[in-house]
Design a protein around this ligand. Structure first.
Ligand SMILES: *Cc1c(COP(=O)(O)O)cnc(C)c1O
Ligand code: SF4
Length: 337
C-alpha cells in the first residue's frame, strides 16, 4: 500500500490497471489512514466489510476529500453499521436474478438481449450493490463454457444483443476478452455487443490501446455503458481516457444509481450530466436502488426521485436527462417511474 503522504505527491498514476487493482485498499484501517479520517470512526465501519469486503483503487481515493466523512465518493465505498440492519422488504435477490439464470453465465429477462456474467469480480465494491449476496461466482461464465454459451445464444434467432456484465467484464484480461469477442462475433444474428463497466471510472488506464483497438475491429456495434454516480468521479484522468473512445465510434452511455447522501440533489445530477457530456458520454438510466439487504440507508423515495427528475428535466436538454427506472422482477423492461 502507498502511504497517504506519497499519494498526494503522486497525482499521475503510472501503474498498469492490473497493478492498480492489485494494490487496491481492502481494510478499514487502510482507508481511514489514507483519508485521514478520525480513528474513532472505525467502530462504525467494522461489520459490513466482513459481509462484503472493502475494495477501492488509489485512483478513486484521490478524488475523495481527506478528512471529510460525508464525501459523496467515500459514502459509496465505506461500510457503515446500517448495512447490518435488516429492513423489511429488503432481500438477497431483489431483482429475480436467480430465476433468470439460463446456465453458462447467461441471464435472460428481456426480449432480444441477454446478459453474460463475464466474471464475478469488480475493481471496486459499491456498498449499495445488489450483488453483495448473490452467488455470482458459481454462475459466471468460465473459459471452458464460452462455446456452450455461444451455442445457446446462436440457437435463439430473436437475440440480437449480448451484454457483458458481471461483476465487471473489464476485470478480465484483454486476451480473455478477445477470445470471448471472437466467439460472440461468429454468432450470425448478433448485431451489438454491450459492455456494462465501472472500470474506466475507477481505473482509467483500463481503456488501453489494445482493448480499444480490439473493440474497434469488431464487425458488430459496440456500446459501452459506464457507471458513474457523481461528477467528482469524473476527474481529468477519466476524461482523458474516455474522450478518444468517444470519438472513435464506440457509443458511450452512463447509468447511475440514485443514492441518498451521494447524488440526491438536482444540482449534483445536473452537474453529473454536464460532466458526462464533457467526457463524451450520454446519460442513459438513473436507477432506483435495488432493495437488497444492507442498502436501505441509500434509498430515496419514489416521490422525491420523481421531483428530482422533473426538476432536472426543466434545466437540461432532453438528451442529458437520464431515464428514471426501477428493476421489478418479472417485468419485461426496466420500469419507468
Ligand atoms: C438491465 C438488464 C438488461 C438491459 O436492459 P436495457 O433496458 O436494454 O438497458 C438486459 N438484461 C438483463 C438481465 C438486465 O438486468
Ligand atoms: S461495480 Fe457494479 S457490480 Fe461491481 S460492486 Fe459496484 S455496483 Fe456492484
Amino acid at each position: 500500500m502507498i502511504p497517504a503522504s506519497n499519494a498526494v505527491v503522486h497525482s499521475e498514476s503510472t501503474l498498469s490497471w492490473q497493478q492498480e487493482i492489485a494494490q487496491s485498499l481492502r481494510t478499514p484501517d487502510e482507508l481511514l489512514n489514507y483519508l485521514q479520517l478520525p480513528a474513532e470512526s472505525i467502530h462504525e465501519i467494522t461489520g459490513g466489510h466482513r459481509q462484503f469486503p472493502i475494495r477501492v483503487t488509489e485512483s478513486y481515493l484521490r478524488r475523495i476529500k481527506p478528512g471529510e466523512p460525508n464525501d459523496p465518493l467515500l459514502r459509496q465505498i465505506l461500510p457503515t453499521v446500517e448495512e447490518l440492519e435488516l429492513a423489511p422488504g429488503y432481500g438477497v435477490d431483489p431483482v429475480g436474478d436467480c430465476t433468470a439464470l439460463r446456465g453458462n453465465g447467461i441471464l435472460q429477462k428481456y426480449h432480444g438481449r441477454v446478459l453474460l456474467i463475464t466474471t464475478p469480480s469488480c475493481g471496486i465494491h459499491c456498498r449499495y450493490c445488489f450483488r453483495r449476496h448473490y452467488p455470482y461466482r458459481e454462475h459466471s461464465l468460465s473459459s471452458s463454457s464460452i462455446s456452450e454459451a455461444c451455442g445457446w445464444i446462436a440457437s435463439d434467432p430473436t437475440i440480437h444483443e449480448v451484454i457483458l456484465s458481471g461483476g465487471d467484464p473489464l476485470m478480465v484480461s484483454n486476451q480473455r476478452l478477445a477470445l470471448l469477442l471472437n466467439a460472440l462475433e461468429s454468432i450470425p444474428q448478433l448485431e451489438t455487443i454491450r459492455l456494462h463497466t465501472r472500470m474506466p471510472i475507477i481505473a482509467p488506464s483500463r481503456l488501453d490501446v489494445i482493448l480499444v483497438e480490439r473493440l474497434l475491429r469488431s464487425p458488430l456495434n459496440i456500446v459501452m455503458v459506464l457507471h458513474s454516480n457523481h461528477p467528482n468521479e469524473l476527474d481529468h484522468h477519466v476524461e482523458r481516457s474516455l474522450k478518444p473512445v468517444a470519438g472513435s465510434g464506440i457509443i458511450l452511455l452512463n447509468q447511475s444509481v440514485l443514492l441518498k447522501g451521494v447524488n440526491d440533489q438536482t444540482d449534483t445530477l445536473e452537474a453529473l450530466s454536464h460532466r458526462l457530456f464533457e467526457c463524451g458520454v450520454l446519460p442513459y438510466y438513473l436507477h432506483m436502488v435495488d432493495r437488497v439487504q444492507g442498502s436501505h440507508h441509500f434509498e430515496v423515495t419514489e416521490d422525491r426521485a420523481s421531483q428530482l427528475i422533473s426538476k432536472l428535466g426543466s434545466r437540461l436538454p432532453g438528451y442529458l436527462v437520464p431515464r428514471l427506472v426501477r428493476e421489478i422482477e418479472g417485468e419485461p423492461r426496466k420500469t419507468p417511474i
